[in-house]
Write a protein that binds this ligand. Structure first.
Ligand code: ADP
Ligand code: ZN
Ligand code: ZN
Length: 748
């Protein structure tokens, strides 16, 4: 028997299988997906690999049998052929090694080559009675003299099987006395697994399901029909903010559980929306497992095992939860399905939505994409009947959509208002403070000023390692690079010309907070951005504090935009809606529409009507005008026309080929070489743009060039690109690396 083994490495030239002999004694226990140790190369140490195939014959054995080596041992058999199939598919689609993909499916904290560094079950010492209860009581009466020993045994009679540490804390009987009791045959110690549960600190009241309104009911029925038939179908659930999408998810999941199946819900960067987990806990109690990056490795490991051992019926997680070891899925729901965080920015550069679709098709269950602001590509697919569109047009609890005003900041400037707040926004904040209502102010930059420039010569302070402007942070009184973390003190004079006319431009969250405190000294404020959410539960703490302590004003970035439900928030101010309009990406309008709509959706979600003020220098921009009315359809029509005429997705796919190196000359030369080769191999199905430096052409001292390719992603176009990439790796360009990213999140 032979096995094809993929070595665990990210060396691109080793992304192929090697055949090994399977020794007789492990023939019975080896399976596809097994992690094995094999001799490889010249080194004496064994190398880790994965079994991709098991076969009776090996081509290699026919000619070179004596050169073949044996598999040394099986490490574990956690993965199976389904995992391997997916990994192979991903490697093809996302230009990476199969072993990179396999790693995503292994237990969290279990991929290190150093076995001692891997996460294991957490155990603790538990204490049990050695005799039964009655026998023990007799012993206490007749043979035990020590009061302390009596006390401990009496306690154990009522609470058998307790953690030694707890027992000591409760009875105040020391460990040495327990040892004596063990020696005398009265108690036993047992090492047992304890679960690291990330939800233990939650204390949620249970709730009951709501009576669905007509729109919700119709949505529910359509999906339930597919569920009951055990079919695949993809749904785009497009509902305005607060239209009751989550309630529909909850009821669908209830149905799935009744059917004896399990459910998976993906949410963007889960820790940002603790409220959504709370709603699931309130409905379903603790049959939930959560998986996201803010958990400790140990917690993630335990949650992963809980899923594998079928102890969790519902899996809620961020992007990578799609790899959770769950079988018997009955539904897969992707909430806020337009969110960029579903696409990985690291190798493997996969999109969770694409993998979800694959899984749902393969196993015949429905996939539900929920959004108030669908991805234009998904909506286009719905128009072409690849996806079933379900629309919810009203807020579920009869709350009205907020009144939204657009304020032209150019006019404010013209009448002498140089402040970052328009007269109108100031007035509204004042009114809210008077009425004891809460306000949210949104700005998509953190820090104080977004760049610092010399008035005399125009020199902008830039990061030493990256070609990017430094941001001024007033609290630390420093300039910081948001790309590499570099910091420096603030220069008193311009390093270029010596002038002291250094000026701060652009605004971030710190400046908004500062100005608010100047304008309204009695208002309480709280800020939420990457700088304030440094600790594990700080998102939740900040949001709870805002809600429970009735803080007047919450100031924040993107983080505050999604999912939150604050009954007392009646005013939302978007301090600068233009931030995402100039990001140099074909999705700038879409991102602007999404952000403005999402943030506006936080206002007036209950009885009181909400007000939203959008401040902008582009009041005529269609993404801003459409988001004012939450008129997605109108936005979509404008956007799709533009995409069609400029040939952008969904009318093509975009592949970004990045070339990186510390050596500026080499980056240029290799980029040009790759470009030439692409042109030669292209049989008209690729539209290849010249290599140019990326918009951010240096990050952490690495020069960055890019080649943009437009094409339809299919076997032929993938193969052309792959050939060129393969050539690059074979010619061993030492200090240059390349990355291929299909439909990347950002083009920078
Ligand atoms: P979405 O997920 O679309 O933003 P939610 O499910 O959060 O909407 O619903 C918004 C609010 O409306 C929540 O407070 C929710 O409890 C309430 N709600 C949802 N469905 C109903 C219903 N059928 N009847 C009454 N209230 C509802
Ligand atoms: Zn200067
Ligand atoms: Zn930097």
């Amino acid at each position: 028997m032979f096995a094809s083994v993929m070595i665990n490495t990210n060396a691109k030239e080793l992304n192929r299988v090697f055949d090994y002999i399977v020794p007789k004694e492990i023939e019975g226990s080896i399976s596809i997906g097994a992690r094995v140790f094999v001799p490889f190369g010249k080194g004496k140490n064994l190398t880790e690999g994965y079994v991709l195939e098991i076969k009776k014959e090996s081509e290699f054995a026919k000619t070179d049998r004596e050169k073949m080596k044996e598999i040394a041992k099986i490490e574990d058999s956690i993965l199976n052929d389904t995992n391997i199939e997916l990994a192979r598919l991903m490697a093809e689609k996302y230009f990476c090694n199969v072993s990179d993909c396999i790693k995503l499916m292994l237990p969290p904290g279990n991929t290190s080559k150093d076995l001692t560094k891997r996460i294991k079950d957490k155990t603790a010492k538990f204490v049990y009675l050695a005799l039964d209860k009655n026998a023990t009581l007799k012993e206490i009466e007749n043979n035990i003299k020590s009061q302390k020993q009596k006390k401990l045994l009496e306690f154990l009679c009522e609470n058998d099987g307790i953690e030694a540490a707890d027992l000591e804390a409760i009875t105040e009987v020391s460990k040495s006395i327990m040892k004596t009791l063990e020696k005398n045959g009265y108690i036993k110690f047992k090492e047992e697994k304890i679960e690291r549960n990330p939800l233990v600190h939650k204390n949620i009241n249970r709730d009951k399901k709501l009576q669905l309104n007509e729109e919700q009911k119709s949505a529910y029925d359509q999906i339930e029909f597919v569920l009951e038939n055990g079919e695949f179908a993809e749904f785009l659930l497009h509902g305005v903010t607060g239209s009751g999408k989550t309630e529909i998810y909850l009821q669908l999941i209830e149905k799935v559980i009744e059917m004896g199946k399990r459910a998976m819900v993906l949410v963007p960067e889960i820790s940002l929306t603790p409220q959504i987990i709370d709603r699931f806990l309130a409905r379903f109690g603790n049959c939930i497992a959560v998986l996201h990056s803010k958990l400790s490795d140990g917690e993630r490991f335990d949650e992963w095992n809980k899923i594998r051992e079928n102890k969790a019926k519902i899996i809620i997680g961020a992007r990578s939860a799609i790899f959770a070891p769950v079988d018997n899925l009955g539904i897969l729901i992707i909430d806020e399905a337009h969110d960029p965080s579903y696409k990985s920015d690291m190798t493997p550069r996969y999109h969770a939505k694409e993998l979800a679709r694959y899984m749902a098709k393969k196993n015949n269950f429905p996939l539900v994409l929920g959004s108030a602001t669908p991805d234009v590509v998904d909506y286009y697919r719905a128009e072409n009947f690849d996806v079933q569109l379900i629309e919810l047009s009203k807020r579920a609890n009869n709350a009205q959509l907020p009144d939204v005003k657009i304020v032209d900041m150019r006019k404010e400037l013209a009448v002498g208002n140089k402040s970052m707040f328009s007269f109108e926004l100031k007035e509204e904040i004042e009114k809210n403070l008077k009425d004891h209502k809460q306000t949210i102010l949104f700005i998509n930059r953190r820090g104080y000023s977004t760049f610092v420039m010399c008035r005399d010569c125009g020199h902008t302070m830039k990061c030493r390692n990256c070609n990017i402007a430094l941001t001024y942070h007033s609290y630390e009184n420093k300039l910081k690079c948001h790309y590499c973390g570099y910091e420096e003190a603030i220069p008193k004079i311009c390093p270029e010309c010596g002038s002291n006319k250094i000026k701060y431009f652009g605004s971030g969250t710190q400046k908004v907070e500062n100005e608010i405190q100047k304008l309204f000294p009695n208002a309480t404020t709280i800020r939420m951005d990457i700088d304030t959410v440094t600790k594990k539960n700080s998102h939740e703490l900040i949001l709870n504090k805002f809600k429970e302590k009735n803080i007047d004003i919450l100031i924040g970035t993107q983080m505050i935009a999604k999912g939150h439900h604050f009954p007392n928030v009646t005013l939302v101010g978007i301090v600068a809606a233009d931030g995402s309009l100039n990001i140099g990406d074909y999705r700038a309008e879409e991102r602007t529409y999404q952000t403005v709509t999402q943030v506006s959706g936080r206002a007036g979600r209950e009885k009181d009507k909400g007000r939203v003020i959008i401040q902008t220098y582009n009041p005529d921009n269609y993404s801003i005008i459409c988001s004012q009315k939450q008129n997605y359809k109108k936005f979509y029509e404008g956007e799709i026309q533009l995409r069609r005429s400029l040939n952008y997705p969904p009318f093509c796919d975009i592949i970004l080929l990045r070339v990186h190196s510390k050596n500026e000359e080499k980056v240029r030369a290799i980029s040009q070489k790759i470009y030439k080769e692409l042109l030669e191999k292209n049989n008209k199905n690729l539209l290849i743009y010249r290599p140019v430096p990326s918009p951010i052409d240096k990050i952490q001292n690495i020069y960055r060039w890019r080649i943009v390719i437009k094409c339809k992603l299919n076997r032929s176009s993938l193969n052309t690109i792959k050939d060129v990439v393969k050539n690059f790796y074979q010619s061993k360009n030492k200090d240059v690396s390349i990355i291929v990213d299909s439909n990347p999140n950002n083009m920078l």
